[in-house]
Design a binder for this molecule. Structure first.
Ligand SMILES: [Zn+2]
Length: 434
């Protein structure tokens, strides 16, 4: 099902024309209405009139979360406050929250992209949409709510918490769609089990899950435990909220609503575009946003992008699985290395655990990468040849992904230190030398 066939199945050449036109308009709004951007343009020697299309995005300044903090709370708004009809904010783990300001038109855009997202998941006006995302400053609750209302579905604004009551309402009101974080979906499933409730007692058939990263394994677990099809929705407060990109029923990546949010995948170091299919940081330019339009906003999310037409008929580009954060990137011998790339190699091998440590050092001005990998209990052996062969295999697999050589050191099961928080994956000894 496609909510807006004109926008979602547009010929890509036509889409490009639209994006170019919208970018030109946005650049002039930024220049004349936001002092922060005017200064950045002037410093870079860019005249807004020089910008003709999105091929020039790579020459334009980027926007970071720090820029948002520096201009807290309303410094990046492009309209007078009288035009702002809604504020949202995400609580950052550190420091001040990230603020989003919406005009009436922004709220219409937001409902539109969430309506498209719900249709992509196969949800329509016959559905009963149970929204267990928090309502409040967080964009999850109200974001899904207004889109579900737009398509004419029956909305249950359950918000978070009080899990037993949520299950009762889902049961009594006949909820067919559950919208929440994937971890809350699992929590609901576990609570059902505790209460002796069978998933067949509910009518759930679709799940709209987002606001945190989740794996394919989690998807399978949720689908099996709740008897529904689980789909991934992506969004962030800075860009608009949920509905920036959404998976369709083919579950082959998340369609980006590119007529509103122009994506770029760039090298986090040089900020230049990387070829299609290559891993890089995801950037968004919000060409139609009025309240707080952002130019080349750095999400820090690492991923790849596909522009091939999807089996669903949409021509919109798709985001593939997220591979971690660009803050974790290492540059080794001039090559960008993401710990998540190593993790994915190890996850695919049955002989190893995804527990590893990267040790980077500099010997005679040359960067050296050593990877310590835990061998799983079932495979660990005292036989040296067997272990040597495994090390060779890991080395070959990792080198083919990273494009640089690495020394592999196999260690016994459970010997790499675990900590309650984030595991210390990287030890960069070069920083100590410099
Ligand atoms: Zn699709």
């Amino acid at each position: 099902m496609i909510w807006n066939e004109h926008a979602e199945c547009m010929d890509r050449e036509q889409l490009l024309k639209l994006q170019n036109e919208r970018l030109r308009n946005m650049v002039s709004r930024l220049y004349y209405n936001v002092p922060f951007y005017r200064k950045k343009f002037q410093e870079a020697g860019i005249d807004p009139g020089d910008i003709t299309g999105i091929h020039q995005l790579k020459d334009l300044p980027t926007t970071t979360k720090q820029d948002l903090r520096d201009n807290y709370p309303f410094g990046l708004f492009a309209v007078p406050q009288s035009e702002i009809v809604r504020l949202h904010a995400s609580s950052g783990t550190t420091g001040k929250p990230t603020v989003g300001g919406y005009t009436r038109a922004d709220l219409r855009t937001w409902s539109e992209v969430v309506a498209r997202s719900l249709y992509a998941a196969g949800v329509d006006k016959n559905d009963v949409v149970h929204v267990s995302y928090g309502y409040g400053l967080f964009t999850g609750g109200l974001g899904i709510h207004q889109g579900a209302q737009k398509i004419g579905a029956t909305v249950i604004p359950a918000s978070g918490g009080n899990t037993k009551k949520q299950l009762q309402i889902m049961h009594d009101f006949g909820s067919t769609v559950l919208a929440c974080t994937p971890s809350y979906a699992l929590y609901l499933a576990d609570t059902m089990k505790e209460l002796g409730m069978d998933p067949s007692e509910l009518k759930l058939r679709r799940g709209i899950f987002g606001a945190e990263p989740w794996t394919e394994e989690m998807r399978r677990e949720i689908e099996a435990k709740l008897h529904l099809k689980a789909l991934d929705i992506y969004g962030l407060t800075e860009v608009i909220g949920p509905g920036v990109a959404m998976e369709c029923e083919h579950q082959k990546g998340l369609h980006i609503f590119e007529d509103h949010f122009i994506p770029e995948i760039v090298d986090p170091n040089t900020l230049q575009p990387v070829p299609h299919g290559q891993v890089g940081e995801l950037l968004f330019t919000t060409v139609t946003k009025e309240g707080m339009p952002l130019l080349r906003y750095r999400t820090r999310d690492l991923t790849t992008m596909t522009v091939e037409k999807c089996a669903c008929g949409r021509t919109l580009a798709r985001l593939n699985k997220f591979l971690g954060r660009s803050d974790d990137m290492l540059i080794i011998r001039g090559v960008n290395v993401f710990p998540s790339q190593i993790e994915s190699v190890l996850l695919e091998m049955s002989e190893t655990e995804p527990h590893y440590q990267l040790i980077v050092d500099r010997v005679n001005n040359l960067d050296i990468l050593e990877i310590r990998v835990e061998v799983n209990e079932a495979f660990f052996s005292d036989e040296i040849r067997q272990m040597e062969n495994l090390a060779k295999k890991i080395k070959a697999n990792i080198e083919s992904v990273l494009g640089i050589s690495a020394k592999i050191k196999l260690v016994e099961p459970k010997t790499i230190e675990r900590s309650e928080g984030k595991a210390k994956r990287v030890i960069d000894l070069r920083k100590l030398v410099d």
